[in-house]
Design a protein around this ligand. Structure first.
Ligand code: DX5
Length: 218
């Protein structure tokens, strides 16, 4: 089953709760919250207080994507704020094994993400510790960037790695996902699609964008 997560990075921050509710009404399976610290990536977005506010605004699962250094220092805060899953970057900590174990101990879902320049082999040793791996199909930090087709073989390679080991781990993709690129990544083995500007834009309503994305990824 393909799940679609609405990344609020491209939403109207002046009415974030309303935009999250629009995604919920439009059939999104979850909200992805892009936390950025200005160090792991240049932009600064928001922290746990926005997660707490969105927890009150929607019933959807909240998927917190930590694009921050030293993510291990902030896990409890985001879990207490209402995160149903925390995704940390393999590149953001020297102790990825410990950080993933710590997320699991909080009783929420565990995700790891890798940037376009990072090999899938960087997560080989911790693949059995996570529920999902999120492959960045743009350089993290900004919405609206073009999809990196160079990541397609990486998705296939990761799918093979998971299947060869018989692990119950799914692949998410994040960056440049729209109705043109969604079928490509699904064919390569991704089952979770994260989209920001593909859902929040001035071309169509949130519901229309979600419907188009859903139709393209079947
Ligand atoms: C980028 C974020 C993505 C971003 C995707 O660093 O992690 O979630 O919001 O945006 P689009 O879908 O516009 O490429």
């Amino acid at each position: 089953m393909i799940t679609i997560e609405a990344s609020i990075l491209s939403a109207d921050f002046a009415r974030l709760g309303e935009q999250a509710r629009e995604a919920q009404a439009g059939g999104a399976d979850a909200i992805q919250i892009d936390v950025m610290d200005g160090r792991f990536v240049p932009p600064i977005t928001f922290g746990a207080s926005v997660v707490r506010a969105l927890r009150r605004a929607v019933d959807l699962p909240l998927d917190v994507h930590l694009m921050i250094v030293e993510p291990g220092r902030h896990l409890e805060t985001f879990a207490e704020a209402g995160a149903d899953r925390i995704i940390v970057h393999q590149e953001a900590t020297l102790h990825i094994h410990y950080v993933l174990k710590s997320i699991r101990e909080l009783g929420i879902e565990v995700g790891v993400s890798i940037n376009p320049g990072t090999s899938v082999f960087a997560v080989e040793e911790i693949l059995d510790m996570v529920d999902m791996v999120q492959i960045m199909t743009v350089d993290p930090g900004w919405g609206g960037q073009p999809f990196l087709h160079s990541q397609m073989e990486k998705i296939r390679r990761l799918r093979r790695m998971i299947d060869e080991r018989g692990l119950d781990v799914f692949i998410g993709v994040d960056g440049g996902i729209d109705e043109q690129t969604a079928p490509l990544v699904v064919e390569a083995g991704a089952t979770m699609l994260v989209s920001g500007s593909g859902i929040y834009n001035d071309r169509r309503s949130v519901a229309e964008n979600l419907a188009a994305l859903r139709a393209s990824s079947i």
